[in-house]
Design a protein around this ligand. Structure first.
Ligand code: ZN
Length: 278
């Protein structure tokens, strides 16, 4: 059955420093200190801003260790808790993916987590059998045109939305991440918060158009784009100097979010997939 069109708004719930690869190899305790309670304090204001809209919030598991109340708060507010990886870093080697799922199994079981979003929307085809063995039901870890819903073994893949300018791509396989081949292939990855940072009006218009065509766009935001950390983005200035492409991720998307929530119905990805596959 084709579900009614809705905005599939997701939040990759990670700390403010997760944009940069500089902190990947610190100890978890060092990252906890860097986070400085930001991820604990940002959740309530974010849930308030979402009001009645239902979203999928993909948690970095390491943070569940730091702030054990996060998953239940998200569930109590009516959202879906998903899994964004245990430690936020590039996760494309099979052995590291297996290790990451193993490390996160206790909290994922406790909160019945069924959805996976790969860090940096970058994964490999080999991820799907591993997800299946770890009781994950779906993934949202590729970029592909809105309306794509793929079966990968027993796992559903519901990609982050792109708008194809040069025709529909064939043979959609991982990795499909934000890189030059994707963009040169004519796909505008409007589901990424990089694009809603740079071109919020254009992204809003595309979402409107896709929904009028009966499609359900998948887009993502980050906590630091909704509730800015203290001294933001000054505390991230060195990382921005090293990688200016990160700049759009530091822009506030609060007014964009408010406009989306005022204009479109939403649901979790889990609900959308259930309705699509009945
Ligand atoms: Zn992330």
């Amino acid at each position: 059955m084709t579900p009614s069109p809705r905005l599939l708004l997701t939040i990759d719930y990670e700390s403010w420093f997760a944009l940069s690869r500089k902190y990947d190899n610190l100890s978890s305790t060092e990252r906890f200190e860097l986070d400085d309670s930001y991820s604990r304090n940002a959740l309530d204001p974010i849930l308030e801003k979402l009001k009645d809209a239902k979203t999928s919030i993909y948690l970095v598991g390491e943070m569940v260790g730091w702030y054990p109340e996060l998953p239940q708060k998200i569930l109590d507010a009516g959202h879906e808790v998903g899994f964004h990886c245990q430690v936020h870093r590039p996760l494309t080697s099979i052995s590291e993916i297996e290790h990451d799922l193993h490390m996160s199994s206790a909290w994922r079981k406790k909160y019945k987590v069924r959805g996976f979003r790969a860090p940096m929307i970058n994964t490999v085809e080999g991820v799907y059998p591993i997800l299946e063995r770890n009781e994950i039901a779906y993934s949202s870890s590729l970029y592909a045109p809105t309306g794509t819903l793929l079966r990968k073994g027993n796992i559903w893949e519901l990609p982050v939305s792109t708008f194809p300018l040069l025709g529909h791509p064939k043979n959609i396989r991982a990795p499909r991440r934000m890189n030059m081949p994707l963009v040169l292939g004519g796909e505008f990855p409007y589901g990424s918060s990089m694009m809603s940072g740079l071109f919020p009006r254009i992204v809003f218009k595309i979402i409107e158009r896709e929904m009028k065509a009966g499609l359900s766009p998948v887009i993502f935001l980050h906590p630091y784009e909704i509730v800015p950390p203290e001294r933001w983005p000054a505390r991230f200035a060195r990382d921005l100097a090293a990688n200016p492409l990160l700049y759009p991720f530091t822009l506030s998307k609060l007014s964009f979010l408010k406009e989306l929530l005022g204009s479109f119905p939403t649901s979790t990805l889990a609900d959308f997939i259930n309705e699509s596959t009945q």
